[in-house]
Design a protein around this ligand. Structure first.
Ligand code: NOJ
Length: 496
C-alpha cells in the first residue's frame, strides 16, 4: 500500500503546484514601438508625427522635457536590437512601423524608399535569426499632416489608416504573419482627449474621446477586412488590435455591479464592437451616455452611434485578442463628478466612480503603476467569459522602475509572478498562446520621458551608440524561454 500512498501524495502535490512548464507551442516575445526607440525623427524624407510636434510644443508635459528625437537610435542600431532579441531566444519581436517614415505625406502616393528599406532589413534580419516579426501598424504616431486635418476626430481617418495598412500589408505581408492594427485606443482616445497629456494634446473630455473611439473601431475593421480579402488568401496571417486593460475589482460586495459597469467602459468600449456577438457599443454604456447628454441639454448623445451597417462591418474583425496588462484598480461609486482617481480612462466624465488601489499592492515607478499579478489571471478569465473561447496573445506586460541599474530584482520578481498567473490561466482553460515582455530596451516612456525604465536591457543614453546591456531580468527571461518553464533559477548569470 505504501506505493499507492506515494502516488496519491505526489499526485496531490502536482495538482496543487501545477505544471511550471508552458505548453509546447506557447511563444515568448518582447516589444518596442517606433517613436519610443527609433529616433532619426527627421532623417531622409520622414515627416513629423504628432509626437514629434507635441514634444516640441509642450516640453513641460514631458517629465524631463526630453524627446524621442534620438531615443535608442534603433534606426541606426537596429542590428543590435536583433542581436539581443536573438540572445534572449525570443520567438517573436513586436515592433511598430512609423507611418511618417514609410508614407511621409500620410497618403499612399508617396512611399519612402529609405523607410521601406529600413523595415525590410529589420524584418529580414529577424527572420534570419528565426525570430518572428509581430508588427504594429499604429503605436500613437499619427502623421502631423493628418492631425492638421483633424486626426482621429476626422471621419476620413479610418480610410487614411486603411490605405496605409494596405501599403504595409503589400510590402511586408509575405514575411509578417501577425499584425496589430492599433495599439491601445484607450490611450490614444481616452487619455488624449480627457487629459491632453499625450499627443496631440487636445482637450475634449467626453466628446473627442468617443469620436476617436468610433473612428478607431472603424479604422481597425477596415484594415482587418482589407487583410482578410486581399492578403489572407496568399499569406494566411492573423490581424487584431491590442487593448490595455486594468483589472477592476469591487471595493466591497456592494460595488460588484458598478465594477462590472466600469469594465464595460474600460474593456467593452474597445472590445464589444469587435468581439461580442451583437457588436456595437456595450448597450448599458450607450444608455448612460445618452441619458447624461440629454440631461446636459444636448440634442444627441456625445457618444456617436454606429449604423447597423457599421456594426456588422466591425463585428468579428479579429483573429485573436491582443491584451496589454500592467496594473489593477479597485472600484467604488462616487458622487457625481467627484474626481475619478489615478487613471483618467473611459467614462471619466460619464461614470461616477472612484478608482483606488489596495494598500497591499506595491507601487512601481510612474504614478499609475501598482503591482497585482492575480489581476492578470482574473482579467484573462473575464475575457473568456465575455467573448468566448478566443485565442489571447499577451502583447505587453512589464515593470517600471526609476532605478536604471542592472540588478533589477524587482523586475525579475514581476515577470516571475505574472508568468505564474499566465500558467494558472492556461490551467483554467484560457487559450493564452503567447506572452510579450515590455520592453526589450529602456526607451522614451511618453510623458514620463526617460525617467522610468522598463527595459530587459539597459540603454546608456549618454553613449552616442546607445550601448545595450542585459539586466538580471534579461538573464531570467532568457532562461524561462530556453527551458520553456518557470522552473528556473531567478539568479542566473549566464552570458547573454
Ligand atoms: C503601453 C504602451 O503600449 C507602451 O507604449 C508603453 O510604454 C507601456 N504601456 C508602458 O507604459
Amino acid at each position: 500500500m505504501c506505493w499507492l500512498k506515494t502516488v496519491v501524495i505526489s499526485f496531490m502535490v502536482s495538482a496543487v503546484v501545477g505544471s511550471r512548464d508552458f505548453p509546447p507551442d506557447f511563444k515568448f516575445g518582447a516589444a518596442t514601438a517606433a517613436y519610443q526607440v527609433e529616433g532619426a525623427w527627421n532623417i531622409s524624407d520622414k515627416s513629423a508625427s504628432i509626437w514629434d510636434s507635441y514634444v516640441r510644443r509642450h516640453p513641460e508635459r514631458i517629465h524631463d522635457g526630453s524627446t524621442g528625437d534620438i531615443a535608442c537610435d534603433s534606426y541606426n542600431q537596429w542590428k543590435k536590437d536583433v542581436e539581443i532579441a536573438s540572445n534572449l531566444g525570443l520567438d517573436f519581436y513586436r515592433f511598430s512601423i512609423a507611418w511618417t517614415r514609410l508614407m511621409p505625406s500620410g497618403f499612399p502616393h508617396t512611399i519612402s524608399e529609405d523607410g521601406k528599406k529600413y523595415y525590410n532589413e529589420l524584418i529580414d534580419a529577424l527572420l534570419e535569426k528565426g525570430i518572428e516579426p509581430v508588427v504594429t501598424l499604429y503605436h500613437w504616431d499619427l502623421p502631423q499632416s493628418l492631425q492638421d486635418l483633424g486626426g482621429w476626430a476626422n471621419p476620413l481617418v479610418s480610410d487614411w489608416f486603411a490605405d496605409y495598412a494596405r501599403v504595409v500589408f503589400s510590402l511586408y505581408g509575405d514575411r509578417v504573419k501577425t499584425w496589430i492594427t492599433l495599439n491601445e485606443p484607450i490611450i490614444f482616445c481616452e487619455i488624449v482627449y480627457n487629459t491632453a497629456m499625450h499627443a496631440p494634446g487636445i482637450l475634449s473630455a467626453g466628446v473627442g474621446n468617443y469620436i476617436c473611439n468610433k473612428h478607431a473601431m472603424l479604422a481597425h475593421a477596415k484594415a482587418w477586412r482589407i487583410y482578410d480579402e486581399e492578403f489572407r488568401p496568399k499569406y494566411n496571417g492573423k490581424v487584431s488590435l491590442s487593448n490595455q486593460i486594468l483589472w477592476l475589482e469591487p471595493e466591497n460586495e456592494n460595488d460588484v455591479e458598478i465594477t462590472e459597469l466600469t469594465r464595460q467602459f474600460m474593456v467593452g468600449m474597445f472590445a464589444h464592437p469587435i468581439y461580442s456577438k451583437e457588436g456595437g457599443w456595450p448597450p448599458v454604456i450607450e444608455k448612460i451616455i445618452a441619458e447624461k447628454s440629454k440631461k446636459e441639454g444636448l440634442p444627441k448623445s456625445r457618444l456617436p452611434t454606429f449604423t447597423q451597417e457599421e456594426i456588422d462591418f466591425i463585428k468579428g474583425t479579429y483573429d485573436f485578442f491582443g491584451f496589454n496588462y500592467y496594473t489593477s484598480r479597485v472600484v467604488k461609486p462616487a458622487k457625481e463628478r467627484e474626481p475619478i482617481g489615478p487613471w483618467p480612462f473611459a467614462g471619466a466624465p460619464d461614470l461616477d466612480i472612484i478608482l483606488s488601489v489596495r494598500p497591499e499592492w506595491k507601487p512601481a515607478a510612474t504614478s499609475w503603476f501598482y503591482i497585482y499579478p492575480e489581476g492578470l489571471r482574473r482579467q484573462l478569465a473575464w475575457l473568456k467569459e465575455q467573448y468566448g473561447d478566443i485565442e489571447i496573445l499577451i502583447t505587453e506586460n512589464g515593470y517600471a522602475s526609476y532605478d536604471g541599474g542592472l540588478d533589477d530584482h524587482d523586475r525579475v520578481q514581476y515577470y516571475k509572478e505574472h508568468l505564474e498567473q499566465v500558467l494558472l490561466a492556461i490551467e483554467d482553460g484560457v487559450k493564452v498562446t503567447g506572452y510579450t515582455a515590455w520592453t526589450l530596451i529602456d526607451n522614451f516612456e511618453w510623458s514620463d520621458g526617460y525617467r522610468s525604465k522598463f527595459g530587459l536591457y539597459q540603454i546608456d543614453f549618454e553613449d552616442p551608440l546607445r550601448k545595450r546591456t542585459p539586466r538580471a531580468s534579461a538573464h531570467y527571461y532568457a532562461s524561462v524561454i530556453k527551458n520553456h518553464s518557470l522552473d528556473v533559477d531567478t539568479k542566473i548569470t549566464d552570458e547573454l
